[in-house]
Design a binder for this molecule. Sequence first.
Ligand code: NAG
Ligand code: NAG
Ligand code: NAG
Ligand code: NAG
Ligand code: NAG
Ligand code: NAG
Ligand code: NAG
Length: 399
Amino acid sequence: MHSSCMSLIGFLAMSCLGNQYDPHLYPARGPFFEGWYVRLIDETKSLSIGFLFGRVLPKLSDHNASSQNGSAPSSLNLIKDRTGQYFSHQQHRKETPLVIASILLQDRNFSQKLLQYTGIFRLSDYSVTVRGKPVVKNPDSKSPVDFTVIFRNNGSFIVKENKTVVDISIGNVRLNIRAGTPSPWRSHGEGPEEWLEKFPLPLHWFVYSLCSYVTEYRFFDADMGRVISGKNAYMHMEKNWGKSFPAAWVWSQGITNSNITVALSGGIVNFDQIVSVTAFLVGYRNPSKGIIFDFMPANSVFSFEEDGCHGIIFLNVTSLMHRLELKIFSLIESFSDCLLGPESEGFQPDCIESYDARAVVRAYVRTGLHFKQVDDVEIRNVALEFGGKYVCNNKCLHA
Ligand SMILES: *[C@@H]1O[C@H](CO)[C@@H](O)[C@H](O)[C@H]1NC(C)=O
Ligand SMILES: *[C@@H]1O[C@H](CO)[C@@H](O)[C@H](O)[C@H]1NC(C)=O
Ligand SMILES: *[C@@H]1O[C@H](CO)[C@@H](O)[C@H](O)[C@H]1NC(C)=O
Ligand SMILES: *[C@@H]1O[C@H](CO)[C@@H](O)[C@H](O)[C@H]1NC(C)=O
Ligand SMILES: *[C@@H]1O[C@H](CO)[C@@H](O)[C@H](O)[C@H]1NC(C)=O
Ligand SMILES: *[C@@H]1O[C@H](CO)[C@@H](O)[C@H](O)[C@H]1NC(C)=O
Ligand SMILES: *[C@@H]1O[C@H](CO)[C@@H](O)[C@H](O)[C@H]1NC(C)=O
């Protein structure tokens, strides 16, 4: 894995953009959020486990105001069920949580539906440090990744240049993951946005690793007495930061045992109350065929259809030299209950997700006036998320 992932490197040697996985500096005033997301795939077990967390600095709130404790909206009790579990210190408060962490689990032997275990944390129990110190500036272009997130009494997320360690307890569920060297999107730490990272976009998406090798993992649910453990899995690692999640979005990501990766994010992004654009960032890699395709708004046109009620998207993206046709779909029964996402007032139910999707990918390269097909693959155990207005019947809005 390492060598083949690494062989993708070396493409854009002149760029000097830095690795954005390290923590960003919160502005003096909200809304602002930063959240990290990793997803492990054990193809031999058809198993996938996600871990995501983040913090929102709410709208109309400065650092002083936000130093109050995050707490749970009253509605959380309503969406708690057998498969969607929330754990909170302060369920009685009527605010939206400012710090959450979720473990997501798709294990078909146990449940068709993606399960979530979401913990709501006090701001005072959440700490993010970079190279052992508080965050005082944004990530630069030189320093290797080195940060630590601590959920007091409930674990940590530690990322160093060649090592990632997840150790988190949410409710009675515990997750441990050890992963090695990342396989970056591009060689010098550029993510899917490339130079757009430098623009003050309302929302940023950075992929740190398309396929880190997982040496060992363990999921333990004390309530059910279930242990799932393994070795030789793969992990995707990314983060988002910005004002809040967009009005509508889809996100998808997959890895195969032959190191093919696909990752995309897109939707309706509001720049202010008036201007909104639909945009996509897409990456596709097939090392056995030497394929490294990246699409961003500045280099491509797209056509997109989604049906959140049937769990399917179609996306075609075309740049000067490359074209990708994607069909990604999952049984609607495999999708989670509404998950919490970063909105301008705090975390609110805003999306659904499945890790059981299939992606049918066709890749083309331009030869003269025409595009010639160079790849046609189907990827399993793919993640597919519908957010905001793309969720079927807006069911997560104010769930
Ligand atoms: C994918 O990665 C694995 C693990 O390192 C490696 O053994 C295998 O040769 C790679 N396969 C391809 C097609 O590159
Ligand atoms: C699910 O069941 C299959 C067949 O018994 C087994 O191979 C696989 O390891 C199981 N998956 C998990 C996550 O236990
Ligand atoms: C935040 O707190 C500091 C120190 O207590 C104070 O000087 C500052 O005015 C406060 N800011 C706002 C916007 O209230
Ligand atoms: C915040 O949490 C601390 C414990 O960490 C508690 O002592 C304090 O009363 C809480 N403040 C509010 C406003 O709830
Ligand atoms: C991380 O791995 C790379 C490639 O294997 C190596 O060049 C580098 O020295 C390693 N860094 C550390 C801190 O171990
Ligand atoms: C923190 O972990 C303890 C068990 O170690 C658990 O009881 C509690 O619910 C966890 N907190 C959250 C917010 O998940
Ligand atoms: C993508 O391209 C294929 C082949 O031309 C076409 O059949 C399909 O309708 C297109 N999908 C979208 C969303 O435009």
